[in-house]
Design a protein around this ligand. Sequence first.
Ligand code: PBG
Length: 326
Amino acid sequence: MEYRPRRLRKKEGLRRMVSDIKIKAEDLILPLFLVPGEDIKEEITALPDCYHLSVDRVVEYLKEPVARGLNAVLLFGVPEENQKDAEASQSRDPEGVVPRAVKKIKDNYPELVVGTDVCLCAYTDHGHCGIMDSGGEVKNDETLEYLARMALTHTRAGADIIAPSDMMDYRIGFIRRALEEEGFTNTVIMSYSVKYASSFYGPFRYAADSAPEHGDRSSYQMDYSRSQEASIEAELDIQEGADILMVKPALAYLDIIKEIDSQSNLPLAAYSVSGEYSMIKQAAKAGICNEEEMVHEVFTAIRRAGADIIISYFAEKYLQILSDKK
Ligand code: PBG
């Protein structure tokens, strides 16, 4: 008798029984953008259905997603233009929007996992991810100290996860040591280990007002034409003490997700970035694709490639889809 693949597809119940890729609420991380000021909840034009939130609105904003099972958030600070400077001073201000939001969220939702992005680009007046020398080059080793101070500011406020996205060499080890020196032995570091210089970050740079004024990020972010580098970057982060690795973007890099998943047993996150989000949003808005179905298909592909965790602006929407299915 021959095997008939279609037998198992005949019924929804049978299909569900044999499908092995399942996405749970716990797999998702929702990014949030925090701005100074009060009573602000403004839709981000480049990221429809995502908002700039002031710290006083964040608790109310999270109420529904948390009730639906949201397990983790990743916070980004968006300071005012006049708060930016060459040294990214705001990035380590304990009264900055991120540390204040961390405290507020932890006070109200102690079970929610709170991660913070650690990078200077939203805080420097030139928009690069590190400190620059007079010739316009990012100074890798000097930047490490600034990143460590930013990470410590977030950790002191109560962050569970520190997520360095700057791509300076040796930042994971440097931040790990700085945390240990202050006795923060339990802080999780989720490293943006394999982060490509990508056009898919376009909408985010509007949302975080972090586009570089001159030049691009190709001297520190990875070149997608170089296929062998991913495993080297991941290996360095493992040696330096990362707890969770990340590949970013996700959809155009499923092969890389698969490679890193087989290289390491550490949990692996995939960041489905702003450009991936906007592509689906715009296609749905144009009426040419079904948003919910596309999100489900893309999330499934990312999990199938080997990611344990998905960071996505669709996280909230997906929780709605999950609770509607119940
Ligand atoms: C900061 C940072 C960026 C993203 C996350 N952290 C932008 C960049 O590196 O240019 C992109 C996220 C997204 O596009 O959704 N360095």
